[in-house]
Structures are given as structure tokens and as C-alpha cells.
Design a protein around this ligand. Structure first.
Ligand code: ZN
Length: 80
């Protein structure tokens, strides 16, 4: 597993557990990601979607990242 895949996996697990969208800088701190470049690459994968919202950690309105699930599923429907 590459570093980017590894980070993407951790981000996905974190976002699913929290069931919320967090900003990039808060996720870097929460997940102790050492490489910002790898973090950005992970966030660019199809699993995640970026939108403007309020991060529950820093309470700031900014770009937040949400977990979208597997590629192709853009409906955002919750698992039953
Ligand atoms: Zn934040």
C-alpha cells in the first residue's frame, strides 16, 4: 500500500467515524499526517469530496472534506 493510499484509508475511516466534514488543517492535526503533499494527493482521490462548510473542529467556514464512499457513488446516500 502506498503512502497516499494509506493516508486516504485513514482519512476515510476518520470521516466515517465522525460522520462529518473537516477542513484539511484539522485533519492533518487529528490524523498526525506527516506529509502535506501526501495528504493533498489522498484528498484528490475519488473517495472524497470538497465543499464549503463549517469545520466542527475549528468552527470556521471554509473548504471542508467529506467522505463520499466508493468511486461512482455521488448520491451521498447513507448505508442502510
Ligand atoms: Zn478545521
Amino acid at each position: 500500500m502506498s503512502q497516499v493510499q494509506n493516508i486516504a484509508h485513514r482519512i476515510a475511516a476518520f470521516l466515517q467515524k465522525q460522520n462529518a466534514a473537516f477542513c484539511e488543517s484539522c485533519m492533518v492535526e487529528r490524523l498526525l499526517v506527516a506529509s502535506r503533499a501526501a495528504m493533498k494527493a489522498a484528498l484528490e482521490t475519488e473517495q472524497f469530496t470538497t465543499r464549503v462548510g463549517i469545520c466542527p473542529d475549528c468552527k470556521t467556514r471554509k473548504q471542508v472534506i467529506a467522505y463520499r464512499g466508493q468511486a461512482g457513488n455521488q448520491a451521498g446516500n447513507k448505508a442502510a
